[in-house]
Design a protein around this ligand. Structure first.
Ligand code: HEC
Length: 201
């Protein structure tokens, strides 16, 4: 970028224009905000030390588990109020089996994924379902995905669970991740998991 400093002298009918880019040459680039934010979100939890990357959740160091979109459905729910979301809770094989058998606490290696979509009433479906007096709510756009990863030693201070929240593939900040465990404490009787297994229809 070239900066021009223009000084204009008007003396009677004479104008002089002086230009210099000396200021631009000596100007230093500010340090990258990206580097600063990486330091701020570096996992502070000792357990998170394995994943010192910006793809991992702060505090817990949990990255997006491969293939989670193909895990089995534990349950679904519909959250309304301040937002309208359809949510699906999926489990890897260990989590699904534990849920199905009602085995508590969850064994190490269990991972629960919570897929959240923004939802709206579907005009397309409603037209057809009107004959039944039924209205249909369907997912519109992805909102976020959350994970709970069971490792009783690594995450001993948070009920044995590591938490992670991703939006568009990027983990949320540390402040967000500080809210997770505290809010899951009321579900302590089910090993900090709110979702109940939805019986097979
Ligand atoms: C305000 C309280 C609250 C906060 C904060 C919160 N959760 Fe939850 N979470 C819930 C409730 C209640 C459910 C079940 C109902 C639902 O999903 O709407 C749930 C469900 C989940 C589930 C599905 C398994 C289960 O327990 O049912 C995961 C995974 C999850 N949360 C992860 C997280 C993560 C990661 C964070 C932090 C980024 C977080 N939660 C923060 C209350 C909370």
């Amino acid at each position: 970028m070239t900066t021009l400093i223009i000084k204009t002298f008007i003396a009677g009918a004479v104008s002089a224009v002086l230009a210099t880019n000396a200021v631009a040459q000596s100007a230093k680039k500010p340090s990258s905000p990206l580097i600063i934010s990486q330091n701020e979100t570096a996992p502070k939890h000792p357990a998170g030390s394995v994943a010192n990357s910006s793809n991992a959740s702060p505090i817990y160091g949990v990255t997006i588990p491969e293939g989670y979109r193909e895990w089995k459905v534990i349950a679904v729910n519909h959250d309304t109020g301040k937002f309208n979301q359809l949510r699906a809770q999926l489990g890897n094989d260990i989590a699904f089996k534990a849920m199905q058998e009602g085995k508590l606490p969850f064994p190490d290696g269990a991972i629960i994924a919570a897929l959240h979509w923004n939802a709206e009433s579907s005009e397309e479906n409603n037209k057809v379902l009107a004959v039944l007096g039924v209205q249909s709510v369907t997912p519109t756009s992805p909102a976020n995905v959350q994970f709970m990863v069971k490792d009783s030693k690594k995450y001993a201070t948070t009920g044995g669970w590591g938490f992670a929240d991703f939006k568009g593939g990027k983990p949320g900040n540390e402040a967000l991740h500080q809210t997770c465990f505290a809010c899951h404490v009321p579900a302590k009787a089910q090993d900090y998991v709110f979702t109940h297994f939805a019986r097979t229809p």
